[in-house]
Design a protein around this ligand. Structure first.
Ligand code: NAD
Ligand code: MG
Length: 406
């Protein structure tokens, strides 16, 4: 590939766990990839370092003052990088006509508008930001369809399923002879803990994932199994599956990243070391394959693979997510927003771990008048659910707040 045909890439959420792994893979293949834009929320020092290495045309931060600081630092180093700020600037680097590929790796609902902008602009989208799809599944998939965008899942499970399904698998699993999808879950750090211990787990314990090193929000989601719930919803949209066609399988070694079960009895699995650079490299190079820096799996060292059913009594978030998908409309956006508020409260020591699921369940039990037919309605449902969760935190869960602080 010559330099003129190098893929031009925007990395949304460049300073996060997925963003850094993406830049690691890109750096291994300078003849294939060129960074157009890097974005971060507030981590301006990390973004500065990344800009010095990757020399993007544009960098984006959240606040004007941070952007001014970064632009001055880059100018001092002799770089003409334009530094912009705010949500509209994120959308602009996602839809820029010069950009081929957008890595959507912002965490949470904040990533929705820029990911959607990439979908509407027909980009190759490497989707890590599962919350965007959970919130706006129907609209997002329609935008991809309409614009002819290529949507490649980066979440390791969905990337695995993508690899296990035939090419052009849209249109329902039945049409392709697929009976069900087997979505694997590590079980998180509390897989073997009893309910009383789980109820009072600390942020440090929740973020100590046994197999994966990830951002704090997804680490907590992995500990509650909400991550698997969000992934179930994500899989329904990506693969045109009904929630009943997806079976969650706890597999503590995280070596099988997920599977597709066919009507002839075949089960096809994708295996690998638990390192996000594998799905990221898959997305970057698709339909080709490139080196990701990940070692080949050593099966003798792994020696065994275990499987068990998830325990929805200890981990109710999985059931809540399935119910939200079955209910449809804005319910998944409401679930996601309530969860984001509860997880943030937990991480800042204001809510007990065991109360996260309760806050989500309580918000989902309230009558929500917002639909999900337009992006404005989805954002309104998101705002409404955040307000409800916040007021629950301030009233009913005050007892849990106290116990978390003790
Ligand atoms: P992280 O917290 O490490 O990084 C988040 C990135 O988003 C950072 O660059 C941060 O600056 C940016 N960001 C945060 N809030 C923002 C806001 N309000 N506006 C703009 N930018 C903002 O998160 P992560 O672990 O890299 O996860 C990113 C996404 O990928 C999540 O949706 C997560 O569910 C998904 N994902 C992550 C992994 C993993 O291994 N880390 C695996 C699968 C899926
Ligand atoms: Mg995953």
């Amino acid at each position: 590939m010559t330099s003129s045909t190098r893929q031009r890439i925007t990395v949304l959420g460049a300073t996060g766990s997925i963003g850094k792994s993406t830049l690691d893979v890109i750096e291994r293949h300078p003849e294939r990839y060129r960074v157009h834009a890097l974005t971060a929320h507030t981590s301006k020092e990390t973004l500065l370092e990344q800009c010095l290495t990757h020399r993007p045309d544009v960098a984006v931060l959240d606040a004007a003052a941070d952007a001014a600081w970064l632009e001055a630092e880059l100018a001092r180093a002799g770089l003409a990088t334009t530094v912009t700020y705010g949500v509209e600037a994120l959308c602009a680097v996602a839809r820029d006509a010069r950009v081929d590929t957008v890595m959507a790796a912002i965490v949470g609902a904040a990533g929705l508008l820029p990911a959607l902008a990439a979908a509407e602009a027909g980009k190759r989208i490497l989707l890590a930001n599962k919350e965007a799809l959970v919130m706006s599944g129907a609209l997002f998939m329609e935008a991809v369809e309409r614009s002819g965008a290529t949507l490649l899942p980066i979440d390791s499970e969905h990337n695995a399923i993508y690899q296990c399904l035939p090419p052009r698998h849209r249109g329902g699993l039945d049409r392709h002879g697929v009976r069900k999808l087997l979505l694997t879950a590590s079980g998180g750090p509390f897989r073997q803990w009893d309910a009383q211990e789980i109820a009072v787990a600390t942020p440090e314990q929740a973020c100590a994932h046994p197999n994966w090193s990830m951002g704090r929000k997804i680490s907590v989601d992995s500990a509650t199994l909400m991550n698997k719930g969000l992934e179930l919803i994500e899989a329904c949209w990506l693969f045109d599956a009904a929630p009943e066609q997806i079976q969650v399988v706890v597999h503590p070694q995280s070596v099988i990243h997920s599977m597709a079960a066919y009507s002839d009895g075949s089960v096809i699995a994708q295996l690998g070391n638990p390192d996000m650079r594998t799905p990221i490299a898959y997305g970057l190079a698709w339909p080709e394959r490139i080196d990701s820096g990940v070692e080949t799996l050593d099966l003798f060292q792994i020696a065994r693979l275990d499987f068990e059913a998830p325990d929805e009594a200890r981990f109710p978030c999985l059931r809540l997510a399935r119910e939200a998908m079955q209910r449809g409309g804005s319910a998944p956006a409401v679930l996601n927003a309530a969860n984001e508020v509860a997880v943030e409260a937990f991480l800042s020591g204001e809510l007990a771990f065991g109360a996260i699921a309760q806050v989500v369940a309580d918000v989902m039990a309230l009558p929500c008048e917002h639909r999900a037919d337009t992006i404005e309605e989805i954002l309104a449902a998101d705002r409404w659910a955040r307000e409800q969760a916040q007021s629950l935190l301030e009233s009913e869960h005050a007892a849990d707040v106290t116990s978390a602080k003790e």
